[in-house]
Design a protein around this ligand. Structure first.
Ligand code: GLA
Length: 516
């Protein structure tokens, strides 16, 4: 009897394992409107799983794969992170489908934005094939790079770039008409005159390549040159987007193998700014080739003779601050994507920029991602914190809302000239925190940014209760007695603070001071 039960259990385990062998796929719709396919190819030996886990961007070897009855686990390692980032998966087989869940290891730090682990995804059996056939888009065809030589600065972005980008609000819905209307609204609202000069088209403008390999636009953008001319006629500049890989993050045509040709096309259209987003390049370049792949486009842009602000988007991997400027960048992203909520914004802004300030300066900036101000996911108080923190960080100020319908309370944040002046201060020093008090995630934080004249001080309250905060001028390096103190959101001078200042800071809010 005992023996029979035991045999039955063994049989179930074995049958579950064998049933998992084969090729499986999951499809999801991306924000850019394209379908993304993830493929699992499982080979089973006993209770061990080997094979591949392939996103549209990259194929990973399956590591530590094990099956136990209908349940299985495996992990993949991302060598673009130092140390390599391990992602663990847990699956449950049910006939010709399985549910796959990303396991968040206990104690792992919260990850901000769009690259957070996903919920369960359903994979369907495609075939019994246990061999992974590398798709053409992941084939490596480039020649080895020559030894890396830093490129001289392009002399642009002496202060952090300011403007607008389509992705946060419009994603795949951006088109010629909306870009023209945004340009009009940037003039009418005063954004242009406040310094927001760049109108940047993010992903989803791309069409196929023509017979000569030239990149074309899709039906949303009938005439890029005419659009660039229009934006220029408004006293604005215009930006475009691509990837060093074969595909962009939204699955459109990237610049792999066409770098100079694409730079020439963008220059001929009249573009002034490029955001170059790693994404599928992870499938065709090794980690040690990343900086050369970015350098290659910097050279291609330089060869056009047209000035381009060059923005790297590779989520802060491989200590980009150490080599971004040498690869020709004026700015580089430092994290995964921001989302329009307090948790994402505060984690990126407060926690994930610390220590990077040494890499920022005129011409080369850390980029904690675009602004979400005006998109509706945070309160006015929280958006004021977002604007203040980005300004103390000397971050690029790229608005990401619908400028055409901007209410006054959003305009008052984005167009606060005294706060913009902190961001755009000519000394170009990225601020950092001086002090953090209280429980993690609930801290009261004092930040400072040295200015060409004086210092900006942010008193930030990350807790859920209004709280009194005090800053002593001596702790932020101000030695003069009775300094000039200005509250940049209240727009008033503070006259009764000879050596320190105490103020109640609202929950999730800020008091931003300029002290000279
Ligand atoms: C990535 C970038 C985003 C945006 C999208 C477009 O996720 O980090 O800022 O450019 O790609 O597909």
């Amino acid at each position: 009897m005992h023996r029979l039960v035991f045999c039955g259990f063994m049989f179930a385990t074995f049958a579950g394992a064998a049933d998992l062998a084969g090729t499986w796929q999951n499809e999801v719709q991306g924000r850019g409107g394209q379908t993304f396919v993830t493929t699992c190819v499982f080979k089973i030996e006993g209770n061990k799983i080997t094979g591949m886990y392939a996103t549209p961007q990259r194929a990973y070897d399956i590591e530590k794969g094990a099956v136990d009855g209908a349940e299985f686990t495996f992990q993949i390692a991302d060598g673009f992170q130092t140390p390599p980032r391990i992602t663990e998966f847990k699956g449950a087989l049910n006939g010709d489908r399985f549910e796959l869940t990303t396991v968040i290891p206990a104690g792992a730090p919260a990850r901000a934005g769009g690259r957070a682990p996903q919920g369960p995804r359903t994979f369907k059996r495609i075939s019994a094939d246990v061999v992974f056939h590398t798709p053409p888009e992941l084939a490596r065809t480039h020649q080895p790079f020559p030894p890396f030589q830093p490129i001289a600065t392009n002399g642009l972005a002496k202060t952090p770039p300011m403007g607008w980008n389509s992705w946060n609000k419009f994603a795949g819905r951006v088109d010629d008409k909306s870009v023209r209307e945004i340009a009009d609204a940037m003039v009418a609202s005063g954004m242009r005159d406040a310094g927001y000069i760049y109108v940047n088209i993010d992903d989803t403008w791309e069409g196929a390549r023509d017979k000569d390999g030239n990149i074309t636009t899709n039906e949303k953008f009938p005439d890029m040159k005419a659009l660039a001319d229009y934006v220029h006629s408004k006293g604005l500049k215009i930006g475009i987007y691509s990837s060093p890989g074969r595909k962009t993050c939204a699955g459109y045509e990237g610049s792999y193998g066409h770098e100079q040709q694409d730079a020439n096309t963008w220059a001929a259209w009249g573009f002034d700014y490029l955001k170059y987003d790693w994404c599928s390049a992870t499938g065709v370049y090794r980690p040690d080739e990343m900086k050369s792949a970015y350098h290659k486009m910097a050279v291609a842009l330089r060869n056009t003779g047209r000035p381009f602000i060059y923005s790297l988007c590779q989520y802060g991997e491989l200590n980009v601050g150490e080599w971004g400027a040498a690869a020709g960048a004026n700015l580089w992203r430092t994290t995964g994507d921001i989302s329009d909520n307090w948790r994402s914004m505060s984690s990126i802004g407060f926690d994930q920029q610390i220590g990077r300030e040494v890499f920022a300066g005129p011409g080369h900036w850390n980029d904690p991602d675009m602004l979400e101000i005006g998109n509706g996911g945070m309160t006015t108080t929280e958006y004021r914190t977002h604007m203040s923190l980005w300004s103390i960080l000397a971050a690029p100020l790229l608005a990401g809302h619908d400028v055409r319908t901007m209410p006054d309370f959003t305009r008052d944040i984005l167009l606060n000239k005294e706060v913009i002046a902190i961001d755009q201060d000519p000394a170009g020093i990225q601020g950092t925190h001086v002090r953090k008090d209280g429980a993690e995630g609930q801290t009261l934080e004092v930040w400072k940014k040295p200015l060409a004249k004086g210092v900006a001080i942010g008193l930030f309250n990350r807790s859920l209760e209004n709280a009194p905060m005090t800053v002593k001028w001596a702790e932020v390096g101000i030695t003069s007695a009775n300094p000039k103190v200005r509250d940049l959101w209240a727009h008033r001078d503070i006259t009764d603070a000879p050596s320190e200042y105490t103020v109640t800071v609202p929950a999730h809010g800020v008091v931003l001071l300029r002290v000279e």
